[in-house]
Each structure stands twice: as structure tokens, then as C-alpha cells.
Ligand binder design. Structure first.
Ligand code: PMP
Length: 280
């Protein structure tokens, strides 16, 4: 297995980072996860645009042009023999290594890492029958739109979900549902599709925008508005979206059945449309 580190391809075991990398010391870094379907990166331009937005928000500069990153991601996938497979590329950019001090180093040398792996989509049974979620308080910072590697609240929330037998933890801030620990959430009420607006309280998912696009094509009415937590259990349908999660029905919230307790019709249509789009 090969990885890409600062412009070079290296065998996995030989790729080394400094013990004072600021990504490690301060979570001073950002990342992306890109889906590669049979050698073709899905919505790469959206991922690169978001990477650039995250970088600008935290005053990082991309060490090379976006087009180079795209080419490197493709080359890495090929080198790892994943061209005919479903793969993901994990890309991380940090403010690099320097003696530990909070303020930026005078001459930052960013670290750029890419790892390409076989993709782990949810099991077919989960995609077919749906999953359960729990709700947890959203204790993250106020810049959730930045894809920061500072994911401790997300990690703790997800662990809580796993320990209670649920697939995902859904955050609630000020009485409203924001998103999942690594997914966006959609709800259906009376045939209308609701999801939180892409503001600073969520990470605007690439999958989320594809689903909104597909909803438009399927003439489904959309409301980009937060759902009140007290109404979540009364939704007719719920589903999660994410790069590796794809479109995943949710059939239980905090132990209570959603709608009929089975994936709903709009969820199914969007799930199907999404998979077609991915494989197109
Ligand atoms: N929200 C959060 C907090 C996430 O970490 C992710 C996955 N990176 C998403 C939403 C979904 O984003 P995407 O569809 O771009 O994978």
C-alpha cells in the first residue's frame, strides 16, 4: 500500500510525520474524504472547492494547485490497484511541524497527506432496512462548516451511538437538529424534504448537495430549514447522507420507530437516484 506525502508516493510503512506536526499537537488541520468509483473521483470539484474554503477559513494555503491534488489522488488510487473498485481518498492538510507554540510558525511548511483505501459503504442490509440513531447535545464549536480534523466531539458522539447499538448520533443545538457526527440528516414531513441550511452549524456535505439537486430533478419540495428536535420522532421519513454513507434510511430515533418503521418512499427514490448518479 502506498500513500502520498508532501508530493511523493511512499510505502505506507515508510511514510513518517514529525512528532511536532501541528495536526497532531493542535488539530491544526483540515481534511476531505472523496469517493472514487472505478477510478473516477465523484464530485471532485465540489471536494476541492470545499477544501479551499476550509483552508481559507483557517488561514492555510494549499501547497499545490487543486489540479495537482486531483491528479495525485488519481495516481494514488491506481498505484494501490483500486481502479476497478470502490475506493475513498482521505486527504489531510495541516500547518506542518514546528516547535510547539500556539501562534503560527514564521515559515509554515504544511503537511499534505493522502491515503487511498477500499471504500466501506454501509452493509446492504443497512441500506435496505435502515438504521437507528440517537440524539445527543451538539457541543461542537461555532465553525462546523469548516472540515477541521478537530473531531473529538464527533468521535465521542459516535462512540456513544455505537455503545447504545445505534448507527449514528444526531446533534441537537438549541432545540434544533443540526446533523450527524459524520453525516447530514434529512427528514420528510407531509411530502416535503427538510434539511438544515448549509450555514456555520453544519458541514455542508457534498452528498447533501447532490441529494438536493436530485430532489429538484424529482420535483420533490425542499425546505432548507432546521427541524425542531421535538418533531424529529414524528417525521414520516428520515435518512442520513455522506460520502461513504451514501443515502441511508433511518428507521428509529432514540429507540422509537420513525413513520411505519420502514424506509419511506421518498428515501427510496433518492437513494436509488443517488446510486445511479454515483455510478453514471
Ligand atoms: N457532516 C459531518 C460532520 C461530516 O463529517 C460529514 C462527512 N465528512 C458530512 C456531514 C457529510 O459530508 P459529505 O457528504 O461531503 O461526505
Amino acid at each position: 500500500e502506498w500513500v502520498y506525502l508532501n508530493g511523493e508516493f511512499k510505502p505506507y510503512d515508510e511514510a513518517c510525520l514529525s512528532v511536532e506536526d501541528r495536526g497532531f499537537l493542535f488539530a491544526d488541520g483540515i481534511y476531505e474524504v472523496i469517493y472514487v468509483h472505478r477510478g473516477r473521483a465523484f464530485r471532485m470539484e465540489d471536494h476541492l472547492a470545499r477544501l479551499q474554503r476550509s483552508a481559507a477559513a483557517v488561514r492555510l494555503e494549499l501547497p499545490r494547485p487543486a489540479a495537482d491534488l486531483e491528479a495525485a489522488a488519481g495516481a494514488l488510487t491506481a498505484r494501490n490497484g483500486l481502479e476497478a473498485e470502490e475506493a475513498t481518498v482521505y486527504l489531510e492538510l495541516t500547518r506542518g511541524s514546528a516547535p510547539r507554540q500556539h501562534a503560527f510558525p514564521a515559515q509554515p511548511r504544511p503537511t499534505l497527506l493522502m491515503i487511498a483505501r477500499k471504500a466501506h459503504r454501509p452493509e446492504p442490509e443497512k441500506l435496505e432496512r435502515g438504521v437507528s440513531v440517537i440524539t445527543v447535545p451538539d457541543e461542537r464549536w461555532h465553525w462546523c462548516h469548516v472540515k477541521s480534523v478537530g473531531l473529538l466531539p464527533n468521535v465521542l458522539a459516535k462512540q456513544q451511538a455505537v455503545e447504545s447499538g445505534a448507527f449514528e448520533a444526531v446533534f441537537v443545538r438549541d432545540g434544533r437538529v443540526t446533523e450527524g457526527s459524520s453525516t447530514n440528516l434529512f427528514a420528510v414531513f407531509d411530502g416535503v424534504l427538510w434539511t438544515h441550511p448549509a450555514d456555520r452549524w453544519i458541514l455542508g456535505g457534498v452528498t447533501r448537495s447532490v441529494v438536493l439537486e436530485l430532489a429538484g430533478r424529482l420535483e420533490i419540495t425542499v425546505r432548507e430549514e432546521a427541524v425542531e428536535a421535538s418533531r424529529l420522532g414524528r417525521a414520516d421519513e428520515l435518512f442520513l447522507t455522506g460520502t461513504t454513507t451514501t443515502v441511508l434510511p433511518v428507521v428509529r430515533v432514540d429507540g422509537r420507530a420513525v413513520g411505519s418503521g420502514e424506509p419511506g418512499p421518498l428515501t427510496r427514490r433518492l437513494q436509488e437516484a443517488y446510486l445511479q448518479e454515483l455510478e453514471a
